[in-house]
Every structure is written in C-alpha cells, then in structure tokens.
Design a protein around this ligand. Structure first.
Ligand code: FPP
Length: 254
C-alpha cells in the first residue's frame, strides 16, 4: 500500500494506485510525450491546442509521480530536431515553459519539487530560459521529486559532446584513455547527476526512441501506449508502472 500523502493529494487512492507495490516504484521515469498534434486534429483543433492540452497533462503526471514517490521524472518537451517545425508552432512551444511555470511554480515549490533542465541553452529564446532559470533557482534546495525538462535536447549530440570533452582531457594528459569508463562518460552527459531511467514511456502508438537518452536507456524498461499525451491520465501512468513491476530486470544476467 502506498502511504505517502501529499498536500496536493485531495482524492482518496484509486484502486489502481493502491494496486501498485510501494516497494518497487521506479526511481526514474522518462516520458516521450507524443501525440499532441494528432489529438488536436482528431478534435478539429489547431496543433497548438494539442500542445496546450499536453501542458495540463504535464501537471497531472507530475502530481501523480510525486504522490507515488518517484524520485526523477524526465519529460521530453522539445528535441533538437523540433526546430524543423513551422515557426509559429516552435514559438508556441517555446512559450509553454513560461506559461506553465507562471501557473505552477508556486505549487511546485510548496510541494518540494526540484525543477531541472536537460538540454542545450543556446538557441532558446530569453523568455524561455528566464522562466526555466527562475524555476531551477527557486527550487534548487527542494528535496522531493526532480522534474527534469528535456528541452532542446538531442542524445547523439550529447554523446558527441561528451566524447569531445573526454578527448580533450586525454589530449591534455589529465586522463588515460584506458581509464575511460561508463561512469566517466556519464559525467560528461547532459544527464549527469541523474540516474538512468528505470522506465521509459512513449505515448501515441509510435514505437521509436527518437534520439532520446540513447546511452541512458540501455537497460530501461520500455512501455508504449496508443493513448495521445493530452489524454494520458493517472490511470495510464499506473498501468505503466504496474507493468514495470511485473517485469524481471536482469541487466544481461539470468
Ligand atoms: C510531440 O507531439 C510533442 C511535442 C513535440 C511537444 C511536447 C510538449 C508538451 C507536451 C508540453 C510541454 C509543456 C511544458 C511545460 C514544457 P507531436 O506534436 O509530435 O504530436 P503528433 O505526432 O501527433 O503530431
């Protein structure tokens, strides 16, 4: 049974939430929040309406993750490839962190959530960065759920940058190439200080990783659903975690 009750936890535990094993909650859940555009289209709405509704799902699932005692929640909000989208859509997506944090930051602070960003700051508009920087600063001492926004994130570039930085260390004589290990590479990634995801969720029926945490997902459990991100509810999240709890993680062993 889950005993953690938070101040934003107002409704009684649903049966599904109760069914989860409290001792086997994933420490880190990462989500590829996909299907905003198709959700909007299916309702005759513009794509940006899907992203706006997706923002509400971000709040919903952050609350659920916190209640469950998940320690890290990483959300793929914008990839380095998403710049190829029409400018109006990119502009809208870039405004979302600001809008989200204007509404939610106070509540996140109250609930001890620590906001982080994983991605390249270069290229992001000032207003996006300011909103994120403010949230990171104001929550840096919080000790609860880490809400990690993957924003302007691309994993191949992250790995290339890490390799370059390591090559520089070797060239400067500060590192032996034989001493390069999984742990040392981890330290050069944008995800440094965050453990690898235990569970990856992708919504909307697509069965791809899409340049997301390629190194870090080596042993993660993958879970896919046809549900579009804006309609991803607590119950879908519990379903993913219940499935995770049924799996035996062997890390290549027996
Ligand atoms: C993919 O769906 C989704 C995105 C590229 C954007 C995700 C962003 C959010 C869910 C909101 C983020 C909120 C905050 C607070 C940062 P898609 O547009 O590719 O959908 P489609 O495949 O159906 O077209």
């Amino acid at each position: 049974m889950l005993k953690r009750l938070k101040n934003w936890f107002k409704k009684p535990l649903s049966i599904r939430e109760e069914q989860l094993q409290a001792e086997n909650i994933p420490e880190h859940v990462a989500i590829i929040m996909d299907g905003n555009g198709r959700w909007a289209k299916s309702r005759g709405l513009p794509r940006i309406a899907g992203h706006h509704s997706g923002m509400k799902a971000v709040k919903r699932i952050t609350m659920a993750a916190d209640r469950l005692g998940i320690k890290y929640l990483t959300l793929y909000a914008f990839s380095t490839e998403n710049w190829k989208r029409p400018k109006a859509e990119v502009d809208f997506l870039m405004r979302l962190p600001q809008e989200f944090l204007a509404i939610e930051l106070e509540d996140l602070i109250k609930n001890n959530v620590q906001v982080r960003m994983m991605g390249y700051k270069e290229g992001l508009p000032d207003y996006t960065l300011q909103a994120i920087d403010e949230a990171v600063e104001k929550t840096r001492h919080n000790t609860g759920l880490v809400l990690n926004f993957a924003l302007n994130y691309g994993s191949r570039m992250e790995v290339i940058d890490a390799v370059r930085a390591i090559a520089e260390e070797v060239k400067a004589g500060r590192l032996e190439s034989a001493a390069i290990s999984e742990q040392s590479l981890d330290g050069y990634l944008l995800s440094k200080n965050i453990p690898d995801p235990d569970l990856l969720i992708r919504t909307s029926g697509e069965l791809r990783i899409s340049n997301f945490m390629l190194w870090q997902l080596a042993y993660s459990e993958l879970w896919f659903t046809d549900v579009y991100w804006p309609e991803f509810m607590d119950e879908h999240f519990y379903e993913a975690i219940r499935e995770y709890q049924r799996r035996a993680r062997r890390y290549g062993g027996l």
